[in-house]
Design a binder for this molecule. Structure first.
Ligand code: ADP
Ligand code: MG
Length: 167
């Protein structure tokens, strides 16, 4: 954690607090997501760690936010992601008028490519919504927040919770 200098708070969702931070040595700007142990106890820590491992092992894809590092912190741990300018909920909220059809199509295409990539890697996201779709300075959309994601087995041998939702 001392490798980073916190620049400010970006957001807070259901699973953790997100900070903008700078890597002291490289100057790289990242988003740090703190996941407290209290939260981990809601689920099984082992399972949460398995999801992180899956994300780490998933080769880089331009439509999925890049996880750069994971390290323990206090009673929980911290995930370091590439920094993104905004999320789709914010973009829609701050737009003067409804998004142009071309923009909607472009975001949708990037979303579908990201989802296809996750599914090809046996990961179901289960919490796709505008606040979890990050938008870069150049307008690129990337899927984020794999806090509810699960690894699935394509042969259908595992049982899953059949209702998973956030408002
Ligand atoms: P939670 O599980 O708490 O919902 P998220 O990963 O969705 O956590 O992050 C909460 C918010 O923080 C997002 O909606 C987004 O606005 C912001 N955020 C998350 N990751 C990044 C990132 N890599 N770059 C910039 N902002 C981010
Ligand atoms: Mg979220």
């Amino acid at each position: 954690m001392d490798q980073y200098c916190i620049l400010g708070r970006i957001g807070e969702g259901a699973h953790g607090v997100v900070f903008k931070a700078k890597h002291v040595e490289t100057g790289e700007i990242v988003a740090l997501k703190k996941v407290a142990l209290r939260r981990l106890e809601d689920g099984i820590p082992k399972q949460a760690l398995r999801e992180i491992k899956a994300l780490q092992e998933m080769e880089d894809n331009q439509y999925v936010v890049q996880l750069k590092a994971v390290f323990p912190h206090g009673a929980g741990f911290v995930l370091a992601f590439e920094f993104m300018l905004s999320d789709l909920a914010e973009v829609v909220r701050h737009a003067q008028r409804p998004l142009a059809q071309a923009q909607v199509k472009s975001y949708l295409q990037m979303l579908l490519k990201g989802v296809a990539f996750c599914h090809a890697n046996n990961i179901v996201h289960r919490d796709l919504k505008p606040a979890n779709l990050l938008i870069s300075a150049s307008g690129q959309l990337k899927i984020a927040d794999f806090g509810l994601a699960r690894v699935f087995s394509p042969d259908g041998s595992r049982l899953y919770t059949h209702q998973v939702a956030t408002r």
